[in-house]
Design a protein around this ligand. Sequence first.
Ligand SMILES: [Zn+2]
Length: 331
Amino acid sequence: MGKQILKIVPILLSVFLQGGSVPTHQREAAMPSVAVQGPLGMAQSCLSTEADSGKIQVYHHKTGETMTLSMDAYLQGVLRGEMQGDYPMEALKAQAVAARTYVYYLKNAGCTHPGGEPVCTDSNCCQAWVPVEDNWIYGPRVAEAVRETEGIVVTYDGAPIKAMYFSSSGGHTEDYAAVWNDLSYGYLQGVPSLNEQAYAFTDDVFMQEFSGWTILTQLRSRGYSISCDSAQLLENITNVRRSETGRVLSLQIDGVTIPGTEFRNCLGLRSTHFYLQKMSGGNIGIVTLGFGHGVGLSQCGSAALAEAGYTYQEILQYYYTGVAVEWMPFR
Ligand SMILES: [Zn+2]
């Protein structure tokens, strides 16, 4: 856990407990759980005519177009959209391999986008993709990271993994199973992730303030039938279940159970590692640690590891448990 976090967490917990609120007992860089079913509820077949030539079809989620790109061009666009271009080279390479691996994984899972594409440009669904910008200062570094790892992916039992990644963890990454209650991804296990703050594009500890009315309105708009008075909301939040790393798995309001991921999405919180406290004036302060879902590779943590001398292969094998890093054709 980073030094800053170590100093701040006890303060947060102290404030949290003194406030008599719920008992204690976690930038989306990338994708949450990705659907493997198409819009009609059936996995769609991939556009395959270009696959053997190393091209990839990408659904542009804003224009509705299908773009056909070389894998290199696609991955450079992902790195432009998903990572800081000035990070150490081995971290950029690790990100390039994670992004490539995720495309292989999506292709194997069934191409689910409207035109049968394996992947789209929406970071909330697949991975962000940003077109080439002329004279972008980090363009050559991104191109180098992709070129130097050409064809390399992360595998588990010989298959490309669900290579999830995110911005920063707040000190420890999370088990996939803890967040999504699914034991299928044994390589997505939580590990310590140190010294992230040095590479974070924003503070790792962040406070947002909401009125009780805003929180209830957001939750009700998502179908949660909660009847408590907004002025008494904090007092009505109970049974906060946390993972071992501190991320909120679920909480109850007026007896209604809400998953931590839902609560986060509803309010646009940076992560599910959050603590609630009463603010002067009656509002509710929500303090989050880290940025992103916390599962898989931490981008800020990988930058710290690269700075400490880790190779991209070592970084990937640090954040993805029990995996191999190897060359594999895209087909
Ligand atoms: Zn998508």
